[in-house]
Design a binder for this molecule. Structure first.
Ligand code: ATP
Ligand code: MG
Length: 257
């Protein structure tokens, strides 16, 4: 049955652990048997599919590019609106995995293409997410997604921070910029990733002072490092792995499981 779902976006500075945190939250939801989950790899330099061990052959960018070619060649079906056509195609390229679906955004070719893809995706994401109980999006690094308004329909913004000053400043800026561009997240939370125990208190204090809720820490986990090296899916991590345990606590706190 169609159900209007919650949309979560995972953002933060480059390399801070956005894709890892997205994969871990997805894993604990799948393991908990949560039904109808959509994961979106919204980073044009995508690697979420890779760390989930999913072979995604088609991307939103490819669909948009084909649409552009078809329109230019006069092959576009006259009884179809661009949006309807795009939406139909997006459903066709969803990767159906055990416990979740995955949509990969990919990179548009040529000047302006990325924005066109992005606009179309944003406009259908609203419709698409209503078919899932949870949509979780791994965003590109930085703040661009806010100005492009990819986050328009996001309910919960999770900003991943490490102990770096830049990590924290990005989190602060995401909160401020959201207000400036009139994006009203219901909740904006920080997850501390890879923070050494001696810095945890300072990191927590800083993000709370910046007006973000604090969701918890995900420790540096040697299993993540070795899975990364070996190219194994993070979905296969053991439930005893420190990062998985921490992600479970965070997901419980957010009411996701
Ligand atoms: N908690 C952790 N324990 C061990 N390794 C980690 C942890 N979090 C992230 N890493 C490693 O750090 C690197 C960067 O993580 P990740 O790719 O998730 O960051 P990102 O914010 O998505 O990066 P980008 O900005 O490039 O998208 C990866 O090699 C990942 O395996
Ligand atoms: Mg990433």
């Amino acid at each position: 049955m169609s159900q209007e779902g919650i949309v979560i976006s995972v953002s933060g500075k480059g390399g801070v652990g956005k894709s890892t945190v997205t994969a871990l939250l997805l894993k604990v939801m799948v393991d908990a048997g949560k039904s109808s989950i959509l994961a979106v790899d919204a980073d044009p330099d995508s690697n979420l599919a890779d760390i989930l061990g999913v072979k995604a052959h088609k991307t939103v960018a490819m669909v948009a590019s084909k649409l552009k070619q078809d329109i230019a060649a006069g092959r576009f079906p006259p009884d179809f609106s661009k949006r309807d056509y795009f939406e139909t195609k997006i459903f066709e390229i969803l990767c159906e995995e055990a416990g979740f679906d995955l949509l990969v955004m990919g990179r548009g070719e040529g000047e302006g293409c990325y924005c066109a893809v992005n606009d179309l995706l944003t406009s259908i994401l609203d419709t698409l997410s209503k078919n899932y109980s949870v949509t979780i999006m791994d965003m590109e690094a930085g703040l661009e997604h806010l100005s492009r308004r990819t986050d328009r329909d996001v309910d919960v913004m999770i900003v991943v921070v490490d102990r770096s000053r830049l990590g924290y400043l990005t989190a602060k800026r995401i909160k401020e910029l959201a207000r400036e561009v009139h994006i009203d997240f219901k909740r904006i939370l920080a997850v501390g990733n890879n923070v050494e125990p001696e810095f945890e208190e300072t990191v927590r204090k800083r993000v709370v002072e910046a007006g973000l809720e604090f969701a918890g820490f995900i420790p540096s986990d040697p299993n993540i490092a070795s899975y990364d090296l070996e190219g194994k899916s993070l979905l296969e991590l053991s439930g005893d792995s420190p990062a998985v345990k921490a992600a479970k606590e965070i997901a419980e706190k957010l009411g996701l499981i």
